[in-house]
Ligand binder design. Structure first.
Ligand SMILES: Cc1ncc(COP(=O)(O)OP(=O)(O)O)c(N)n1
Ligand SMILES: Cc1nc(C(=O)O)sc1CCOP(=O)(O)O
Ligand SMILES: [Mg+2]
Length: 224
């Protein structure tokens, strides 16, 4: 499996990207420092997902940033994407793993402690936890969990974890303090006047939050 870094995870939405295409948004956001990209288009079928996915793969080639496909296992396989992300109402994780094989990254959405306890952690590579806040970007989202709920799910899942739902640059410190590895965002990057600058601000905020956490841990050791 390709190594991955959940620090700043761009989830694409063609409707929110507005003036820029998903490909242009991705090019700008990767230049700014996003570490993962997910192709998420709820309006199109597999053929269009494959077309866009191949264009995204070309943009991401040589950058080290993995391409994850949302929901559509056929498209993920046809694109030879780096990974697939499924939710609780999509194909079951065990079936998704069977279809994509052992080497592709598999992400799973977890919204409740029950789902976290029921998850088979041996076949999933990372979890998407949320929504942290209510968000107009996903009409059918589950009830918001806040930072306390996020911390609880991180602890239960024991897998690399990315927080999602209504997150902006000012939330990076709380997300990292809750134990997550990064933030997944749509509207904080897609449709922003300068997606590259927004991606850079998010990457800086995650780096600073980690550095402050490490400083605090070092001071704790010094006191002992
Ligand atoms: C990183 C990440 N986390 C969660 C989700 C949500 O997945 P899901 O619940 O299946 O909802 P849709 O995105 O399919 O509407 C995600 N896509 N990415
Ligand atoms: C795609 C998605 N999944 C969610 C979940 O809670 O699982 S919230 C969400 C939308 C995230 O968009 P924004 O960053 O604009 O709030
Ligand atoms: Mg889904």
């Amino acid at each position: 499996m390709r190594p991955f870094d959940l620090s700043v995870y761009l989830v694409l939405d063609p409707l929110l990207c507005r003036d820029l295409s998903m490909v242009e948004t991705t090019r700008a956001a990767v230049a700014g420092g996003v570490t993962m990209v997910q192709l998420r288009d709820k309006e199109v079928g597999t053929a269009r997902m494959i077309e866009t996915g191949l264009a995204l793969r070309a943009v991401l080639a040589g950058t080290g940033v993995p391409l994850i496909v949302n929901d559509d296992v056929e498209a993920a396989i046809a694109i030879a994407a780096d990974g697939l992300h499924v939710g609780q109402e999509d194909m079951m994780a065990v079936e998704a793993r069977r279809r994509i094989g052992p080497d592709m990254i598999l992400g799973l959405s977890i919204e409740t402690p029950q789902a976290a306890r029921a998850m088979n952690g041996t076949i999933v590579d990372y979890v998407g936890l949320g929504p942290v806040f209510a968000t107009p970007t996903k009409a059918d989202h589950k009830p918001p969990i806040g930072f306390a709920g996020l911390a609880e799910l991180v602890a239960l899942c024991k897998l690399p974890a990315v927080a999602i739902g209504g997150l902006k640059v000012e939330h990076a410190a709380s997300v990292i303090a809750a134990g997550a590895d990064g933030l997944a965002v749509i509207s904080a990057i897609c449709g922003q006047p300068d997606p590259r600058a927004e991606a850079a601000r998010l990457a800086d905020a995650v780096r600073s939050a980690r550095a402050r956490g490490n400083d605090a841990a070092a001071r704790g050791h010094a006191r002992r």
